[in-house]
Design a protein. Structure first.
Length: 78
C-alpha cells in the first residue's frame, strides 16, 4: 500500500476524470499507472530512431542531412 499527496487542483481533476470513466479515483490512478508501465516496457527495446519516426521529415525546408555540411554546426554549444 502506498499513500500519495495530491494537490487540491489535481485532486479535483482526478475526481472528474475518474467519474467520467466510471471508476474510483484510486482505480483510475492504478489504471493510468498500469498503462504507463506497459507503454514504458513496450518502448524499452526501441531505438531513438524508432521513437522519433513520427517527427522525421516534418520540417519542409530543412537540409536533408545536417551532418554533411559543417556550417550547420557553426556556433553549436556556445
Amino acid at each position: 500500500m502506498m499513500t500519495l499527496t495530491i494537490p487540491d487542483d489535481v485532486g479535483q481533476e482526478l475526481k472528474i476524470m475518474a467519474d467520467n470513466s466510471h471508476m474510483t479515483p484510486n482505480d483510475f490512478i492504478v489504471s493510468l499507472l498500469q498503462t504507463a508501465f506497459k507503454q514504458q516496457e513496450a518502448n524499452a527495446d526501441r531505438s531513438c530512431f524508432d521513437l522519433m519516426q513520427d517527427g522525421l521529415g516534418c520540417i519542409d525546408d530543412a537540409p536533408s542531412d545536417l551532418s554533411v555540411n559543417k556550417r550547420y554546426f557553426a556556433g553549436y554549444g556556445q
